[in-house]
Design a protein around this ligand. Structure first.
Ligand code: SAM
Length: 369
């Protein structure tokens, strides 16, 4: 087992500076999956990359052998950042991109104001674009027009901050675009501080219906924007997806992979004194098709009780598919008498709890008297 791209990316949000959200990345990926077959995906573009947090996701949306164009003023031209939106840093950007794409030869960096650029500078046929550069009305209008011109038919254009009251210029510039070019860009979905627009094309598949079919339990509302039906999202998308089994190209629904580890405690219930230490033998069986990693600080068994972080019983040799081992879990009963539920789970340190990928945990009632 190795952490997946999506798991590594989720953890990168703790350390890479930016204004992006993980749910926005998943939203972009799902719409990209639905709007274009893999062989139809083309070049991708981002205006306003800052340190690359969102660019890592945008790069994953390109087609095989295609390019990412990254536009930013970076540190040398911040005097042109008229709306004070972020502050790109080319060294940070390149370092963060290399971590996810060691061969970054597909990245074309344009260190200029997007306002100076014309379609001739960019090329054409982009299938996904993220606009997150200057936030003044003039910049947003210009960026939308530029991106519309270079977009493929049916291409997706994500616009940042449309509904953010701190940046009214985004809405002003975008509404001006919609009035001057009616029907050219159709809003599909709004959520996670983004609006996703699509360049009109004949016989366009109904991507939003397909999206809702893929996530039947995702809370949403239907609203109208620019005379089009739009899905409004607020609930986290990440809870719907098995982040270990999914890739940016293909999402596996949460829980659909079934049981990967079977956890069988030797006892069915516990009665303990306040603060008592209890040793519980737990049989851990690998019923997945991959070997479990091993090592102290790497992979182990632990439990949840009263939301505390609890000690682990480490798996010190790897567990091959079909194998099992018995681990001794040391549990400390809470100081307060009462009835509790002890939830035993496997933890891949810094990567995930098995519960996060839909694996059943083992529950033991614990009564403290
Ligand atoms: C809000 S930040 C981008 C955040 C990034 N997309 C993320 O999610 O982490 C805006 C970026 O746009 C850049 N920028 C501002 N005005 C610009 C312009 N006119 N042309 C190109 N880049 C611009 C800034 O340098 C900054 O890096």
């Amino acid at each position: 087992m190795q952490p997946s791209f999506l798991q590594r990316y989720l953890h990168a949000f703790r350390r890479i500076d930016g204004w992006f959200s993980y749910d926005a990345a998943l939203l972009f990926m799902k719409y990209n999956q639905l709007a274009f077959k893999p062989e139809e995906r083309g070049n991708v573009l981002e205006i306003g990359v800052h340190h690359g947090l969102s660019t890592i996701a945008i790069a994953a949306l390109r087609g095989a052998g295609k390019q990412l164009t990254a536009i930013d003023l970076f540190e040398d031209q911040q005097q042109m950042n008229v709306s004070g939106s972020g502050s790109g840093d080319r060294r940070q950007f390149e370092k963060n991109m290399r971590e996810f794409y060691p061969d970054a030869s597909f990245v074309r960096v344009i260190a200029r104001s997007s306002k100076e650029l014309t379609p001739a500078d960019l090329g054409s046929g982009f299938t996904f674009i993220h606009i997150d550069g200057g936030h003044s009305p003039e910049e947003v209008y210009h960026d939308l027009k530029l991106c519309y011109d270079v977009s493929a038919d049916g291409g997706l254009i994500a616009l940042d901050d449309y509904f953010n009251p701190e940046h009214p210029g985004v809405c002003e510039g975008a509404v001006e675009f919609s009035l001057r070019h009616p029907g050219c860009l159709r809003p599909l979905v709004a959520g996670y501080n983004k609006v996703l627009l699509q360049k009109a094309r004949d016989n366009s598949p109904d991507v939003s219906s397909a999206f809702l079919e893929a996530f039947p339990n995702l809370r949403h509302k239907r609203v109208r924007m620019w005379k089009s039906p739009v899905i409004l999202l607020g609930a986290p998308l990440r809870e719907q997806i098995d982040l270990y089994a999914s890739t940016p190209e293909n999402f596996v629904p949460f829980g659909s992979r079934g049981v990967r580890a079977r956890l069988t405690p030797a006892i069915k219930s516990i009665c303990a004194h306040p603060g008592q230490r209890i040793d519980i033998k737990v049989r851990v069986e690998n019923v997945s098709s991959e070997a479990f990693p091993a090592g102290e600080g790497v992979f182990g068994l632990s439990y949840h009780l009263l939301d505390h972080d609890n000690p682990r019983a480490w798996l010190l040799t790897s567990l091959a598919p079909g194998e099992y081992c018995v681990l001794h879990l040391s549990v400390t009963a809470p100081a307060q008498p009462g009835r509790y539920q002890l939830e035993i789970d496997l933890v891949w340190e810094g990567v995930m709890w098995f519960k996060d990928i839909g694996n059943p945990t083992a529950m033991i009632p614990l009564s403290v008297e």
